[in-house]
Design a protein around this ligand. Structure first.
Ligand code: IPE
Ligand code: IPE
Ligand code: MG
Length: 252
């Protein structure tokens, strides 16, 4: 899928050191608001508690054989929330990046952002760019943060770029296929997620990785994101290892 020479193509036969754990886990980190509400606190209190969980989860990845972790931090639909919540979240992202930059760099984590940066505040985008540059040489866990990300928006933006390439003659419309199109997606250097986890009991994907998760295994769990732990991630990875992925074929 990817044309990038340093990223191997998705290969469901060579997963973790353990053999059959997920190589790429994507998480819809949901339930921060309800977690805060249950404690009689404002929603932002839940977002802060949720942000704190990310470090433990990232650090657990190497031990679980997870090479790629993609987390949904803010959707293209989340702008519909109150101005207070949106501004609080943007503030939190800025503070989080500044605070975690050094730790991520020294822990050999390579960070990338997906989503549309155009609607984001310039100061935040500058920090995102810096974090990507500072961790570009790392080859440990590939952490991708989906920020102002929507699957439909991503496909629309990709289609626009593809159409430009057709218009300027660098792409022949006859060449557009399942291999060509994903090269225009934000995730072009990433393998598809093997396992998608959503916390908080909701069984929907809310516009996350629509194209990429076509053959992902899903786990919808009741835990609210601020209560999610590395141990729970480990259990879900083990369970994944016991699943039979068929990709449309029949087992012989
Ligand atoms: C997920 O938690 C974080 C974001 C969407 C930014 P929520 O804020 O959606 O929490 P709930 O679903 O209201 O409990
Ligand atoms: C999905 O959660 C987005 C993120 C976790 C960032 P939402 O809470 O926004 O999804 P809905 O509104 O319940 O579908
Ligand atoms: Mg929610």
């Amino acid at each position: 899928m990817s044309k990038n020479p340093d990223i191997p193509l998705q290969d469901s036969g060579s997963l973790s050191p353990g053999g059959d754990g997920p190589r790429h886990v994507a998480i819809i980190m949901d339930g921060n608001g309800r977690w805060a509400q249950a404690r009689g606190r404002p929603r932002l209190f839940g977002h802060h508690a949720g942000a704190k969980r990310v470090r433990e989860v990232v650090e657990a990845c190497p031990g679980l054989g997870i090479e790629y972790l993609t987390i949904f931090a803010f959707s293209t639909e989340n702008w519909k929330r109150t101005q207070t919540e949106v501004a609080g979240l943007m503030n939190l992202f800025r503070r989080y990046i500044s605070r975690e930059m050094a730790a991520l760099a020294t822990r050999n984590v390579r960070v990338r952002f997906i989503g549309d940066r155009l609607r984001l505040d310039a100061k935040l985008v500058k920090l995102m760019d810096r974090l990507e540059v500072e961790t570009a040489g790392n080859d440990g866990t590939h952490l991708t943060v989906a920020l102002n990300y929507g699957g439909r928006d991503e496909v629309a933006r990709a289609t626009k770029r593809l159409a430009h390439d057709v218009a300027n003659g660098t792409l022949n419309p006859e060449e557009v296929d399942e291999e060509t199109l994903p090269r225009y997606l934000d995730t072009y250097v990433l393998p598809d997620p093997d396992l998608v986890i959503r916390t908080s009991g909701e069984a929907r994907i809310s516009n996350f990785l629509l194209w990429q998760s076509a053959y992902s295994e899903y786990e919808f769990i009741d835990t609210l994101w601020p209560d999610f732990t590395a141990a729970e991630l480990g259990r879900l990875c083990e369970k994944f290892g016991r699943r039979e992925r068929r990709f449309g074929t029949v087992k012989t």
